[in-house]
Design a protein around this ligand. Structure first.
Ligand SMILES: [Zn+2]
Length: 292
């Protein structure tokens, strides 16, 4: 699955804005900052960034379409979701599961994307790949921590609201007697929207929840916010991993640890960085390109 693109790369902003700390320099006021932190961050339980070379990315991008004015790209690696479905389903049900996961993850990303657009973001795009997705955007002005928090929260919120509403409808008996295929789709959508949505809110950087914590901490102490979110991340890991293992969710425990170390690596790299390098003109001129 995905490895990190260069959060600590050549795309970092040249100068920080007055009143913004190093953390702020990695958030919204540059094209890439918003891309790589704001939302690559955001989409991450089953949502991770990948480091596919640019040419390969476009070759492997199997589907592109606009949705509510936002360009959506689907990478061929999104089909890995089918492998996940194969652990619980068989035959045509795997395809139905994949379709439900597609709708669920797209809904999640659109939650981020539409909220970002509401706050004036530009060059918004959504990419589905690996086992998840990525919403990227640029922003001319620095977003407040409150707005950044809302953007991070909006993905799972969209899924939880939709999945919860559908669950209530299903339990009311409205769909009683539907075909097996529709039943599988409904079950899969409710599961992915609710469970993945809640898991994304777990306060572990780089999941959405970890970034939500970081935005909240920034309201109190912007400079210490990354450290605070790391501390909360590892406290959470210390609680979640044993609970997951004791309940037989070894794979989930492994994923959590991988994500946590991924976030720690970014934190350490950012802490070491002294002079951010300039944003290359090509990135500034093409805010709609997919972040790869
Ligand atoms: Zn998200």
């Amino acid at each position: 699955m995905a490895t990190r693109t260069s959060r600590d790369n050549q795309f970092e902003p040249k100068e920080e804005r007055p009143g913004r700390s190093s953390f702020a320099s990695n958030t919204p006021h540059s094209v890439t900052a918003s891309r790589l932190n704001e939302h690559s961050a955001e989409s991450k339980f089953l949502v991770h960034r990948c480091n596919v070379p640019r040419l390969s990315y476009y070759v492997l991008a199997m589907l592109k379409f606009p949705l509510l004015g936002i360009p959506v790209g689907v990478h061929v690696t999104f089909l890995f979701v089918a492998l996940l479905g194969a652990t619980a389903y068989s035959g045509i049900d795997i395809a139905i599961w994949t379709a439900a996961a597609f709708v669920s993850i797209l809904l999640h990303e659109m939650g981020h994307a539409l909220t970002a657009r509401r706050f004036g973001a530009q060059g918004i795009s959504v990419t589905l790949y690996g086992l998840g997705g990525l919403t990227s955007y640029s922003h001319r002005a620095t977003l407040s921590h409150g707005r950044s928090f809302l953007i991070s929260a909006a993905g799972s919120a969209a899924g939880i609201v939709a999945g919860g509403a559908l669950l209530l409808v299903v339990r009311s008996g409205t769909f009683a007697g539907v075909s097996h295929e529709i039943g599988v789709f409904l079950d899969a959508f409710i599961f992915t929207a609710l469970v993945w949505g809640v898991l994304n809110w777990v306060p572990i950087v780089p999941l959405d929840g970890g970034h939500m914590v970081q935005h909240l901490a920034s309201m109190v102490n912007e400079e210490k916010a990354p450290l605070i979110s790391q501390v909360i991340t590892w406290i959470t890991v210390a609680i979640v991993v044993p609970v997951a293992v004791l309940n037989g969710f070894d794979f989930a425990a492994i994923i959590v640890v991988i994500f946590a170390f991924s976030g720690l690596r970014d934190y350490r790299a950012r802490s070491k960085r002294r002079e951010p390098r300039p944003v290359p003109p090509s990135v500034q001129e093409d805010p709609t390109e997919f972040p790869i």
